[in-house]
Design a protein around this ligand. Structure first.
Ligand SMILES: Nc1ncnc2c1ncn2[C@@H]1O[C@H](COP(=O)(O)OP(=O)(O)O)[C@@H](O)[C@H]1O
Ligand SMILES: [Mg+2]
Length: 276
């Protein structure tokens, strides 16, 4: 009996020590994670200002208003500009990620109208789909319950998904932007559907990881035009971070390679809205 009790006490003490260790380690990890976010945010901030100068002057030179520059120089500048745009894109994407991490309180949230945001993004994307002769279509209702969101962030989620669909689908194909009401879950389900490359089921989770690109990326380019804003592998990570910060879900469905993909994300209704 006594030895039994002694054993129990010993085990209990050991468990207590281990639990304390875990709590300490967890705290330390959280501190390190915060330091990492702050560091990335700071480096990113420092990279932005020289970037603005390089970008601006390259554009100015490329304008070549008086035809002062020889053709060869203009060609080289154009190559430079593509790389600059790519770098700029990476910087802006990392900024978007760190903002979600560190400035949560600074993000302005208001009652927004889903139709307005969809129309804005639709009109902006027409320039890109036009270059690929793709047909951008809408599948929307006349009205939606209001949602509490940051308008730019909702725009960014849709824009990231649509630019992917443009990039990973053939010229001339259809892309649909849609939104449906899920009355049971009190949420709007936004979706972007394409008939492009598709995604294998084993990659469904991976593609949302930072800097993840499916290996056969070269074959993945299905269009004639290389985008200025070539991929950074951060687009879907940003969508996931934004969506989850509003308690939404994001997922992809695809019947397989070359069978198209549909990306979905949810946004909860504004709970204060009457009738919901
Ligand atoms: N609509 C799509 N069709 C096929 N593959 C896609 C689609 N959207 C994303 N992917 C795959 O998921 C990867 C990650 O996407 P994303 O995070 O936006 O990064 P990227 O900058 O490479 O577009 C892409 O590299 C691509 O392999
Ligand atoms: Mg992308």
């Amino acid at each position: 009996m006594i030895t039994n009790q002694l054993n129990k006490d010993k085990l209990y003490n050991e468990l207590q020590i281990k639990t304390n260790e875990l709590v300490e380690n967890n705290k330390r990890l959280q501190e390190l994670d915060k330091m990492k976010s702050e560091f990335v945010h700071m480096v990113n901030h420092e990279l932005r200002s020289p970037m603005v100068t390089i970008k601006g002057y390259t554009e100015l030179l490329l304008n070549n208003k008086n035809g002062e520059l020889p053709d060869q120089a203009v060609q080289k500048l154009a190559v430079m500009q593509r790389s600059i745009n790519r770098l700029n894109n990476i910087i802006e994407n990392i900024r978007a990620l760190t903002i979600i991490d560190s400035d949560r309180k600074k993000i302005r949230i208001s009652k927004i109208n889903a139709i307005k945001v969809i129309n804005d993004v639709y009109n902006d994307m027409l320039i890109l789909t036009g270059k690929r002769r793709q047909n951008l279509k809408l599948d929307i209702q006349n009205q939606y319950p209001s949602i509490l969101y940051n308008e730019e962030q909702l725009y960014q989620c849709l824009a990231n998904l649509i630019t992917n669909s443009i990039r990973y689908s053939p010229d001339g194909s259809d892309i649909i932007i849609g939104a449906l009401c899920n009355e049971n879950e009190k949420e709007i389900i936004f979706y972007v559907k394409d008939t492009g490359m598709g995604i294998e089921e084993k990659e469904f989770k991976n593609i949302f990881l930072p800097f993840y690109e499916i290996k056969n990326i070269k074959e993945h380019h299905s269009g004639t035009i290389e985008f200025n804003s070539a991929g950074t592998g951060l687009g879907l990570t940003i969508v996931k971070k934004i969506v989850e910060s509003y308690n939404g879900r994001v997922w992809v469905e695809s019947p397989g390679l070359w069978k198209g993909s549909t990306f979905y994300f949810t946004v909860p209704f504004d709970k204060l809205e009457k009738g919901y």
